[in-house]
Design a protein around this ligand. Structure first.
Ligand code: ARG
Length: 459
């Protein structure tokens, strides 16, 4: 006979290396506290429904609580022979309180148990991630508040386009993160439902009260269908998809920080804590953390694709393939939590080189639109104005100068509509200030956006 908790029907034990391949304890021990929490709710329900005698239930409850204490102190040692977190804890319970511990699994299966654990885990981690997004938003806001009137070239196609406020650029990420926060928060309602009591797949003959165990665990409700309850991993996919989108945002931001801290741009300098040197080139200061976050985005995408692929061919209900859900979820949590923390630190300690940024806005043609707008506002059709200014830019390129270097006579030669005030229009500060349409980079608009944003972050 096999020594397994499920060994009754078996005549021999599996070989150790086969056991090891099938076991999940090396990673699902991450769920130790959630598993104990689920078991406590289950046994409390069994007691209240008089499915277990009070005395037995109380013994189980105190056994589980003592395991909880040990788990919190990191004093539990798990065994591969016991396969997974559920069987490890059950056998520990039996060791602790004797055969009565074997009554815990009445009216329950590991299939609804593991689903419950994962729901509890995702619920906790979603709260952590929402908090961390909030912290990063605060760090962005703080930098933005200091840089409303800091000018930076705005780019399209990575070519200088129009000057903008640096705060406006930073705040673009604030709003992306706000959507991420909303996505995680909205998904929460699909995480916070209870599969417990679905049994292996079909429910149970015991008169259990699923609503009660759900309530004890703080779930908002129960799965309507027992097969769906044990087979559903949509909530994990949704979580990883939300994480993938968020990491994509962090990766784009990382890419900009990497560019900005390069010798070519020199727009920002990262704090030493978030940079590393080279073992051979003494002058190097590399934006390693930003690069790593950009790189780690790949594994978060991989985890999402992995789980989608694991599930796509599975018939209902539980299949062992589903054990493959956990590592990707844990890795996604670890990666997003780490990335968010690093990012907040990197942003709040980042030195903004306003003088370099501003200088860049003066040594280019990013004020060409101002000139075209100037002519258009004096009645010239915009298309025509575009052409007139295009020719002036070409003249400058051919003669090695910028638009501000042209004399008023040269401007007038291009169009009689040009007056002396053209030089004000060409000033990048004025150009930014005047872009006051809703959501634009005008200082007043940026200020307004910061005020709105401040109401969205909880302190
Ligand atoms: N270790 C398993 C998992 O992670 C628990 C559920 C096992 N259920 C079963 N019938 N083998 O998915």
């Amino acid at each position: 006979m096999s020594s397994k908790l499920w060994g009754g029907r078996f005549t021999k034990s599996a070989e150790e290396w086969v056991d090891e391949f099938g076991a999940s304890i090396s990673f699902d021990q991450e769920l130790v506290l959630e598993d104990l929490q689920g078991s406590l709710a289950h046994v409390t329900m069994l007691k209240q429904c008089s499915i277990l005698p009070e005395e037995d239930a109380d013994q189980i409850i105190s056994g589980l609580k003592s395991l909880q204490e040990k788990a919190e102190k990191g004093e539990l040692t798990f065994k591969v022979e016991m396969e997974d977190i559920h069987l490890n804890l059950e056998s520990m319970l039996i060791n602790e309180i004797g055969p009565v511990g074997g009554k815990l699994h009445t009216g329950r299966s590991r299939n609804d148990q593991v689903a419950t654990d994962l729901h509890l885990y995702m619920r906790n981690q979603t709260k952590v991630i929402v908090e961390l997004i909030n912290d990063l938003q605060e760090a962005i806001l703080e930098q933005a508040k200091k840089n409303v009137e800091t000018l930076i070239p705005g780019y399209t196609h990575l070519q200088r386009a129009q000057p903008i406020s640096f705060a406006h650029h930073l705040m673009a990420y604030f709003w992306m993160l706000e959507r991420d926060k909303q996505r995680f928060t909205e998904s929460y309602k699909r995480i916070n439902i209870s599969p417990l009591g679905a049994g292996a797949l079909a429910g149970t003959t015991f008169p259990i009260d699923r609503a009660l165990s759900a309530e004890l665990l703080g779930f908002d409700g129960i799965y309507e269908n027992s097969l769906d309850a044990v087979s559903d991993r949509d909530f994990a996919i949704e979580f990883m998809s939300n994480s993938a989108t968020m990491m994509m945002h962090l990766s784009r931001f990382s890419e900009e920080i990497i560019l900005w801290s390069s010798q070519e741009f020199q727009f920002v300098e990262l704090d030493d804590t978030f940079s590393t040197g080279s073992s051979i080139m003494p002058q190097k200061k590399n934006p390693d953390m930003a690069e790593l976050i950009r790189g780690k985005t790949g594994r978060v995408y991989g985890n999402l694709t992995g789980l989608l692929t694991v599930l796509k061919g599975l018939p209902l209900a539980y299949n062992k393939d589903m054990q493959e859900d956990k590592e990707g979820v844990f890795d996604t949590v670890k990666t997003t939590v780490g990335s968010l923390k690093i990012f907040a630190g990197m942003i709040s300690t980042m030195k903004v080189k306003a003088d370099v940024m501003e200088k860049a806005t003066k040594n280019d043609f990013s004020n060409a639109t101002e000139l075209a707008d100037y002519l258009a506002s004096k009645g010239m059709p915009f298309r025509k104005a575009h052409e007139v200014v295009g020719k002036l830019v070409l003249f400058c390129v051919q003669n090695g100068c910028y638009l501000v270097d042209l004399s008023i006579e040269q401007f007038k030669e291009a169009s009689e509509l040009f007056e002396n005030d053209i030089y004000d229009a060409l000033n990048p500060y004025e150009a930014v200030k005047r872009r006051n349409s809703a959501g634009g980079t005008g200082f007043a608009q940026v200020q307004l956006a910061i005020e709105k944003a401040e109401k969205l972050v909880s302190k």
